[in-house]
Write a protein that binds this ligand. Sequence first.
Ligand code: HEC
Length: 132
Amino acid sequence: MKKPVLGMASLALMGGFLLAESIDPPQAHIDWMKGVAKATGRMKKGEDVENNAKHVAETMAKVGKFYSEKNLPAGVKASNEGVAAANAIAKAAAGGDTAGVQAGMRALGGSCKGCHDVHREKVSDTENKIKW
Ligand code: HEC
């Protein structure tokens, strides 16, 4: 299972280099990003960690579906990792497992970065595009 996924990811990366296409994100995409940024900000402060983590997991599932429909495997992989990390955080928070929450937060941050490195194009301080 792992190898074909990686193969597809590198194909998509090659496609990105060859086509270097950027599009304006749909409003839903911007809203998802703002929503997860707000929720993770609150989680970092220790505010309502379990519910915010659940919100991130739900949103990341929508993000994953979007990237899956666009056939962008690196985005799908990062989104799936985000869903898994957010679910792990919610579970750890419910069980009072602080170390688990912290480990989950690191994994979650890694999933955001994993997609941003590949698919986010900063146009200005206030505007981003989706790149592939
Ligand atoms: C599957 C890809 C992907 C994942 C996963 C992802 N992002 Fe993004 N993000 C993008 C792309 C592409 C943009 C640029 C387009 C946009 O702004 O919607 C972006 C933009 C943003 C923005 C700027 C939004 C704006 O105002 O335009 C924020 C904030 C953000 N992401 C936060 C996060 C956080 C926090 C996470 C992890 C919890 C995350 N993102 C996970 C792809 C992703």
